[in-house]
Design a protein around this ligand. Structure first.
Ligand SMILES: C[S@@+](CC[C@H](N)C(=O)[O-])C[C@H]1O[C@@H](n2cnc3c(N)ncnc32)[C@H](O)[C@@H]1O
Length: 439
């Protein structure tokens, strides 16, 4: 049959590219396929975590070199330099946030036998589909200190997320509390497919727990959107939303107190909202900027002193199917005490749409976002906010926007209807990071 011929040819091509070389074997507690067992039997070297090496002890002949994977680089470099057959054991699907990447970076084309990914197993335990989930990794360079924050921001911004955690600051203790406080249902799937497997739905008592068993995956589910209304065709965030810089009437607003679309377009460009970033909309009013940032996949926090406006922001977020964390209170007092306090993640970008210079100064000096944008109707404040941005060490730019929109005249021809001019100022952290800690 022609299908078999094509599959066979493709397989031979892959095998010749791999040479005698390296076989990567995914482990999920199930019996290994015959080909993976053969590769283990013929390998000169087998590398893997201690628990994986123990699991294959009966499948390797005596005399095989067994290497415990600690720091990855030296072992992989040695395997890459050797002409002897080797096998590498890894958890789940090694092509998914796994070791296949590191081997490819060394110019190797391994044969891969995937097992069930921990993410698939975790969603299976929760009995949920996951084609509509974003998967985020909290692994990363510890010195950047941003991997957990970035993963949390993306999880908060999406109805369904899986977080691949890491011990040492990026474990469930970094996620469970904030996700519960945002109203998410949270599952922690620990040591899946091992005899110690435990999958728990976290309750209030778990918010401050630190004794989770590794490895584990955290699932975050918005209970109102646990199952997407239609089947996803592409998992994860969809990139730019279908249309942005939405018209005023896409938002409920009070007496036209809404950032105009022409101004919002440039503000969004300068704020650069995207999955993994946190944007604060300061003096949010209708929340149009926060909502648009959330539509781009950012975690949006809206600070607003009017209770009525807070209700409107929530309604606007609901209408657009996004989550905005609305904080009611008078600024600057209502800002969190320090970045990360009160469950408000530190901002990557701040939009200063309301509040006075004292509010702007506090937001910039205390939270040092990598990007700041101010929309000013008052010409008096252009100089003072410009000075604030410069003093905080930003590269500063600005422009006055005066849009004239096409509008119909009674005789059927067109006129230009002028909107009020607004000055937009922006600051971006200098490349040396002297202004702010970037995303
Ligand atoms: C580098 S990623 C590897 C993912 C792997 N390739 C997969 O498909 O499952 C490591 C993360 O996967 C998750 N993980 C791996 N094995 C697991 C297990 N047995 N139980 C729960 N989570 C696991 C943890 O979040 C861990 O920090």
């Amino acid at each position: 049959m022609s299908v078999r011929t094509v599959a066979g040819a493709a397989r031979r091509t892959a095998e010749s590219a791999a040479g005698p070389g390296i076989t990567v074997i995914g482990m999920d507690g199930r019996r290994l396929p015959a080909e993976a067992r053969r590769a283990l039997w013929t390998a000169r070297t087998v590398a893997g975590a201690a628990r994986h090496l123990d699991a294959v002890a009966d499948l390797v002949p005596s005399g095989t070199e067994l290497v415990k994977l600690g720091r990855l680089d030296p072992v992989l470099d040695r395997i890459a330099a050797s002409s002897e057959p080797a096998a590498v054991l890894a958890s789940g699907d090694p092509g998914f946030f796994g070791i296949v990447r590191a081997l490819r970076e060394r110019g190797l084309t391994p044969r891969v036998h995937p097992a069930v990914s921990s993410v698939a197993a975790a969603f299976a335990r929760a009995g949920l589909p996951w084609d509509d989930a974003v998967v985020v990794s909290a692994h990363g360079r510890a010195e950047s200190g941003r991997s957990a924050e970035r993963a949390l921001a993306a999880a908060l911004a999406h109805p369904k997320a899986a977080v691949l955690t890491a011990p040492g600051g990026a474990g469930p203790e970094a996620f469970v509390g904030p996700l519960l406080r945002a109203g998410r249902t949270v599952y922690v799937a620990q040591r899946l497919e091992t005899p110690e497997e435990s999958v728990v739905e976290a309750g209030a008592d778990d918010a401050d727990r630190t004794d989770w068993a590794h490895p584990n995956v955290v699932l975050s589910v918005d209970p109102a959107r646990a199952v997407a209304p239609s089947m996803a065709w592409m998992p994860g965030h969809q990139g730019a939303p279908d249309g942005w810089a939405l018209p005023e009437d896409a938002f409920e607003h009070r007496a036209s107190m809404v950032t105009k679309p022409e101004v919002r377009a440039l503000a969004l460009a300068r704020l650069a909202p995207r999955p993994g970033t946190v944007v604060w909309d300061v003096g949010a009013c209708s929340g149009s900027v926060a909502v648009e940032c959330a539509r781009f996949g950012a975690h949006a926090v809206a600070f607003e002193q009017s209770g009525e406006d807070c209700a409107r922001i929530r309604a606007n977020a609901r209408e657009h199917g996004v989550h905005v964390d609305v904080r009611h209170g008078r600024l600057p007092e209502a800002f969190p005490g320090a970045p990360g306090d009160d469950g408000v993640p530190a901002p990557d970008a701040v939009f200063l749409g309301g509040g006075d210079d004292r509010v702007a100064a506090e937001a910039l000096r205390r939270f040092r976002p990598a990007r700041a944008v101010a929309a000013l109707a008052s010409v008096d404040r252009v100089g003072t906010v410009h000075a604030l941005l410069c003093d905080a060490g930003y590269d500063v730019g600005g422009t006055q926007l005066q849009a004239s929109r096409l509008a119909p005249l009674p005789n059927g021809s067109l006129r230009l209807a002028a909107a009020n001019p607004v000055t937009l100022l922006w600051g971006t952290a200098a490349p040396d990071g002297s202004a702010a800690s970037g995303p």
